[in-house]
Write a protein that binds this ligand. Structure first.
Ligand code: LLP
Length: 431
């Protein structure tokens, strides 16, 4: 397959042999900002967010999973579009409030909420804390009592539904740390109903991430409805059912498809049983809103042949994009400028400068012949890309740009060496 046949996708298309994000050539951005560099298409993010809102209708609440991409400008965009936020730490709660999400559209999930995080959630008066253990409910009850403040409680139930995805991101089977068993969920919600400072409002499930099939989501939604109906028969009428997130994206070019149609089908699948039973629908999508909106631009530093292998050593690494290393994840790589379409393509391992064999961005990837200075775009990295970046090997976190038509907004500065010492105590940083 030639590079031209591969082509771009969505709002990342070739014009005059140059890959663009919306109306801006990516090479121009790399020249101005340096690499590695995250570049996001604003229109793509908004299209996906609106596909959720449109299909879900006014009554449903779409809580964007902040962990997928917590850039403050992107969060503000989503808050302004009308989404809520699903947060998983005090830091994400802080970011969500900073971005202007309405408190009654914020829910808080996570197995290990700390006292100060619970206090901050109550202080902010968010919609609900989603409880994941008996001890946690007791802790929230104690804090709510101290504060003489009603804490709204959802319980995350583990529906024990197996899914096809990477084992690290499958979350809804009984052996996983997440949620509680159906029996415990019922008992926790009864405990909450009897407590003067707790109010049971919801039931939540999240079966995993990067799931392509719709059936497990239908099973999860139906499971929530039957448990909620059981609770209702026992005198507890919940306000909402939260079906979580988890809709997968097509990372491989053969599977690239129209995302908004997939989102519509997913929302239909989860909403039908919930609506029919008369509950409000809450959902927590992350990846499916932002993944396809982002590329990571990187530049080839050197190439070398070692044994049977050809390596392209690039200036991005596992600290910038951890998914290939951590999950063996596949991300398509596109040349930013197509110069030599007639040349025979070669097979490369695309690797970073970090001192680990696991530091690779792609293995055995067929690309046009590469030379130092060539720019590559690693695609579909808007979710869990920058979000999982680190300073490993003394490397600086990259800049992030948001493209809106022909306009470029720098939404995060590239770190400087100063960042590597700026959290040290005063005496140490003067060394
Ligand atoms: N709600 C909860 C409670 C979650 O734990 C997650 C993701 C989501 C919602 C959003 O799921 P999504 O729609 O994004 O699939 N770092 C991994 C993904 C970890 C997902 C963790 N939980 C990756 O790069 O594939």
């Amino acid at each position: 397959m030639s590079v031209n046949e591969l082509g771009g996708y969505g709002r990342f298309q070739y014009h005059n042999n140059q890959l663009h994000c919306e109306d801006v050539p990516l090479a121009q951005l790399a020249a101005a900002e340096g690499t590695p560099l995250y570049v996001y298409s604003q229109a793509t993010i908004l299209d996906n967010a609106r596909a959720y809102l449109k299909q879900a209708g006014n009554k449903a609440l779409v809580c964007y999973a902040v962990k997928a991409n917590g850039n403050p400008t992107i969060l503000r965009l989503l808050a302004e579009a009308g989404l809520g936020a699903d947060v998983t730490s005090g830091g994400e709660l802080f970011l969500s409030r900073h971005a202007g999400f309405a408190p009654d559209k914020i829910i808080y999930s996570g197995v290990g909420k700390l006292r100060h995080e619970i206090e901050a959630a109550l202080e902010a008066n968010i919609r609900a804390l989603h409880v994941e253990s008996e001890m946690e409910l007791a802790q929230i009850a104690a804090i709510a009592t101290e504060r003489q403040q009603i804490a709204r409680i959802g319980v995350r139930v583990n529906p024990d539904i197996p899914v096809e995805t990477h084992p690290y991101i499958s979350t809804g089977a009984a052996q996983h740390k997440f949620g509680v068993s159906p029996e415990t969920a019922v008992s926790l919600l009864h405990t909450a109903a009897q407590h003067p400072w707790l109010q049971p409002v919801g039931l939540a499930a999240h079966i995993g991430s990067q799931i392509q099939a719709l059936e497990p989501f239908a099973a999860s939604a139906n499971f929530l409805v039957s448990l909620a109906d059981e609770l209702s028969a026992g005198g507890i009428r919940l306000e909402y059912l939260d079906v979580g997130g988890g809709l997968g994206v097509a990372y491989e070019s053969e599977k690239w498809a129209v995302k908004s149609e997939k989102i519509g089908a997913w929302v239909n699948t989860v909403s039908q049983p919930v609506r029919r039973a008369g509950y409000r629908l809450v959902m927590e999508p992350g990846r499916s809103i932002v993944a396809e909106a982002g590329v990571l631009l990187t530049q080839v530093i050197y190439t070398k042949t070692q044994g049977a292998k050809q390596f392209a050593i690039v200036d991005a690494a596992m600290n910038d994009l951890l998914r290939p290393t951590l999950y063996g994840a596949y991300h398509e790589i596109l040349p930013v400028q197509v110069r030599r379409t007639s040349e025979v393509r070669r097979t490369y391992d695309v690797v970073g400068p970090i001192c680990e064999t696991g530091d690779f961005l792609a293995k055995d990837r067929v690309l046009p012949p590469l030379a130092p200075g060539d720019l590559l775009a690693i695609t579909h990295v808007g979710a869990y890309g920058f979000a999982m970046s680190s300073n490993y090997n003394g490397r600086l976190r990259p800049a992030e740009l948001l493209i809106d038509g022909s306009q470029t907004h720098r939404i995060r500065q590239r770190q400087t060496y100063q960042h590597l010492i700026d959290t040290l105590p005063q005496a140490e940083s003067n060394l």
